[in-house]
Structures are given as structure tokens and as C-alpha cells.
Design a protein around this ligand. Structure first.
Ligand SMILES: NC(=O)c1ccc[n+]([C@@H]2O[C@H](COP(=O)([O-])OP(=O)(O)OC[C@H]3O[C@@H](n4cnc5c(N)ncnc54)[C@H](O)[C@@H]3O)[C@@H](O)[C@H]2O)c1
Length: 254
């Protein structure tokens, strides 16, 4: 599917992997909707890319519906490309120094990473069904973001691993559910990427993380994530798949 002239929605588009993907899509000629809770950054990125800032919470039906309506009105069409990057990654053990894992924190991670992804998928896909079919009989594509933690979560990642495992599990089912509408669903499972999260990490810790990555033995860049997202958009035969993007990294317990 060509990107040029289409509308794209990127959740978590104000930072990190989502921002890089929004930049790549805009460079290829898409009108981008930057959906994020961070209003200041979303406005700044959208203004720079000639896109639309959508201040919304992925976990809320009302908030996402309002964002989709604003994007459709300002961009002139519903999104054909949806990239789900909004997420959080707090860490806590099942039982830690202060007792059992907080149930509230577990629910929050599932709510944002898993239910938020589901919420945006269902509402955006429903809008996509009204769009005309393109030359391959497709109407659009959804790309979700899991994590290698969805396969092998490290110590302290129990909530995060569960949320990302859920995103991986939804992928083929969502692709099957939407197949008769010509909407593809794929997921990228990144390893370790340089995003604002990593800028605060101590140099020696970063080096030890990098040495655990077989090749290339460094953190991935947000642009490399965006390149894979563009390849998924472009190739209509990629569907129902989760693709690891990790330099052959397999996470150790800690
Ligand atoms: N950076 C990595 O190494 C890495 C590795 C594996 C997976 N991931 C996943 O990739 C995605 C993007 O990560 P990143 O590193 O770019 O993070 P980031 O913190 O730079 O960006 C995440 C964005 O999501 C937004 N957000 C959070 N909760 C939201 C909500 N409820 N509604 C709307 N927006 C919300 C934040 O405001 C932020 O702008 C996340 O799902 C993360 O779990 C990242």
C-alpha cells in the first residue's frame, strides 16, 4: 500500500518510536494524526509535520472517538494506517521488598498497553470499513507494538510482559476478524531501543545492555522501528504476524 495521500493515526506519536514513525509517514506524504496524552509534545510534532494533534487517552472510548472524529474532519478522511505505540513500562516484581505486586499497577499496565491497543484497533478499524478498497482489495493496515518481553519478560516485568503477550496474541485473531474487510493487522516486537526512556539510563548499564545484543551490538534506533513499520505498510502480503526487531536479542532473567 502506498503511503502518499493517505491519513495515518499514530498513538504515542509525540515521543520515541511513535514520533519516528509519524515522521517517516509524513515524509512519504501521509497526513498524520498524533494521538498522545502529552499535549505539548503532540502539538509540537503535529505542527512540524503539518499533521493534526489529537490529545487523547487510548484507554477511553469517548476520548479516542473524539480524536478519530477530529482527524477525519481535519484530514478529510478516516485513517488507513494506524500505528499503536502508546504504552508504559513500569517495573515491579510479583513479590517485592514491600510485599505483593500492586494490583492497581498491574491493572494500569494492562489497561494502557493491552486494552488501549484493543480500543484503538476496534474503533479505528470500524471507521476504516467505510473507506473504498485500494488496488489490492485492501482498505488499510494496523500495526501494534508489543515487546520481546511479551515472549520472555525479565524479572520485574510481569505486568508489562502480560500486556505485551496479550498484544501478540491479539494479532492473528484481529487479522482474521478483519480479513473480510481488507484490513491487515501486524505487530512489531522491539528489543531494546533508544527512546527518551533510555536517555536517563546510566552509561555503564546501557553498555551492559548493548553487550547482550548479538548483532548489531547496540540499541536499536526509533528510525529502524519506523523502517519496519513502513515495510509492513508497503507489503500487502504481511498479515497476522508479529515481527521481532531485536538484533537476535533473547532477554536473560535480569
Ligand atoms: N523503547 C524500547 O526499547 C521499547 C522496547 C519494546 C517495546 N517498546 C514499546 O514501544 C512503544 C513506544 O515506546 P517508546 O519507547 O517510544 O516510549 P515513549 O515513552 O517515548 O512514548 C510513549 C508515548 O505514549 C504516550 N502515552 C502513554 N500512555 C498513553 C495513553 N494512555 N494514551 C495516549 N498516549 C499515551 C506517552 O505520552 C508517550 O508520548 C511502547 O508501547 C513500548 O512498550 C519500547
Amino acid at each position: 500500500m502506498q503511503v502518499k495521500g493517505h491519513v495515518a493515526l499514530i498513538t504515542g506519536g509525540a515521543s520515541g518510536l511513535g514520533e519516528a514513525t509519524a515522521r517517516a509517514l509524513a515524509a512519504l506524504g501521509a497526513k498524520v494524526g498524533i494521538l498522545d496524552m502529552n499535549a505539548e509534545r503532540a502539538e509540537a510534532v503535529a505542527t512540524e509535520l503539518g499533521g493534526v494533534a489529537l490529545i487523547a487517552d487510548v484507554t477511553s472510548e469517548e476520548s479516542v472517538l473524539a480524536a478519530l472524529a477530529k482527524l477525519k474532519e481535519e484530514a478529510g478522511s478516516a485513517a488507513r494506517i494506524v500505528v499503536n505505540c502508546a504504552g508504559i513500562a513500569p517495573s515491579a516484581r510479583l513479590v517485592g521488598k514491600n510485599g505483593p505486586h500492586s494490583l492497581e499497577l498491574y491493572r494500569k499496565v494492562i489497561e494502557i498497553n493491552l486494552i488501549g491497543t484493543f480500543n484503538v484497533m476496534r474503533l479505528a478499524a470500524a471507521e476504516m470499513t467505510a473507506l473504498d478498497k485500494l488496488e489490492d482489495g485492501d482498505r488499510g493496515v494496523i500495526i501494534n507494538t508489543a515487546s520481546v518481553a511479551g515472549y520472555e519478560g525479565q524479572i520485574g516485568q510481569i505486568a508489562y510482559a502480560a500486556s505485551k503477550g496479550g498484544v501478540i496474541s491479539m494479532t492473528v485473531t484481529a487479522a482474521r476478524d478483519l480479513s473480510n474487510m481488507g484490513i491487515r493487522v501486524n505487530t512489531i516486537a522491539p528489543g531494546l531501543f533508544i527512546t527518551p526512556m533510555f536517555l536517563t539510563v546510566a552509561e555503564d548499564f546501557r553498555k551492559s545492555l548493548e553487550s547482550s545484543i548479538p548483532f548489531p551490538s547496540r540499541l536499536g534506533t526509533a528510525q529502524e522501528y519506523a523502517k519496519l513499520a513502513m515495510a509492513i505498510v508497503d507489503n500487502v502480503y504481511i498479515n497476522g504476524e508479529t515481527i521481532r526487531l531485536d538484533g537476535a536479542l533473547r532477554m536473560s532473567p535480569r
